[in-house]
Design a protein around this ligand. Structure first.
Ligand code: GLP
Length: 261
């Protein structure tokens, strides 16, 4: 795992967008894993700008989102399908037929989860997966005790997550209690993972995820098992990390990051 510390949330998001753009230019058929949440909105703004100003081309790529609430219509303002359309898809030239999210309205949710896994396989697996992190340390909706080898499945949301999302839904009672999410095992199979976390509210959980012991209580810690994972943070989210000087040295000196400095 590598940790990249950027001065501000804006610069952290821009770096993530530049990594996506680099990989997309290198492979126009990129299979891109996407995440939702407030943190990712900045990344999508940069990608939209790159599409408009630099002709970043999404026409051949395919996307797979990490998760979707159970029971929300795609047109619902709080569905992740709506979030993706609103923040990215409708502003770039991605083929809507190549954008995938789990269907939280499926009659048979288990079959839907199996089909989602099969579809990812059919596309040859995910090349680059973007990840946010919940305040309690989940990636996707892999809540505490998510098995380290779990696959796409329905997961009940914890009280912490329900609280965290309450404002968006106009109160905790309106937040769906369940979601379909890629499993930890699904995420660990992606060829490259980039986790973005910004702001002081994420400082504690970032330190646990990066420097703490691996535990199913905090699914982000499992990224320590991933052979190619970068964690991009701003100064505030980096506040509780112990090895900041080491991380800064790597970003300033390793050839891999030369084009991004
Ligand atoms: C939700 C999503 C996660 C995301 C998290 C953080 O729980 N399912 O994938 O990482 O929100 O969101 P935010 O960036 O708003 O803090």
């Amino acid at each position: 795992m590598e940790v990249i510390i950027q001065p501000t949330p804006e610069e952290a998001a821009r770096l993530v967008a530049r990594i996506v753009a680099h990989d997309l230019r290198a492979n126009p058929h990129l299979v891109l894993g996407l995440a939702t949440g407030v943190t990712m909105e900045r990344v999508y703004r940069h990608l939209v700008r790159m599409h408009q100003d630099e002709k970043l081309d999404f026409s051949l790529c395919s996307t797979f989102n990490l998760d979707e609430y159970v029971g929300l219509f795609p047109s619902d303002q709080n569905s992740y399908r709506h979030y993706m359309d609103h923040n990215l898809f409708r502003h770039v030239n991605v083929d809507p037929r190549n954008t995938h999210l789990p269907n939280g309205l499926a009659h048979d949710l288990e079959a839907e989860c199996r089909a989602y896994e099969a579809l990812i396989q059919r596309f040859g697996g995910i090349d680059l997966q973007l990840l946010g992190i919940g305040k309690a340390g989940h990636i996707g909706f892999n809540e505490p005790l998510s098995a380290l080898r779990s696959r796409t499945r329905v997961k009940a949301l914890t009280p912490t997550t329900l609280k965290q999302n309450a404002a968006l839904f106009g109160g905790e009672d309106h937040v769906p209690r369940r979601a379909i999410t890629m499993g930890v095992g699904t995420i660990l199979e992606c060829r490259r993972c980039i986790l973005l976390a910004t702001g002081d509210s994420k400082a504690e959980v970032v330190a646990k995820a990066v420097e703490g012991p691996i535990t199913s209580m905090i699914s982000a810690t499992t990224l320590q098992l991933h052979p190619r994972c970068s964690v991009v943070v701003d100064e505030e989210a980096a506040a509780n990390l112990k090895e900041k000087d080491y991380y800064r040295w790597i970003f300033e000196n390793e050839p891999e990051w030369e084009g991004y400095r």
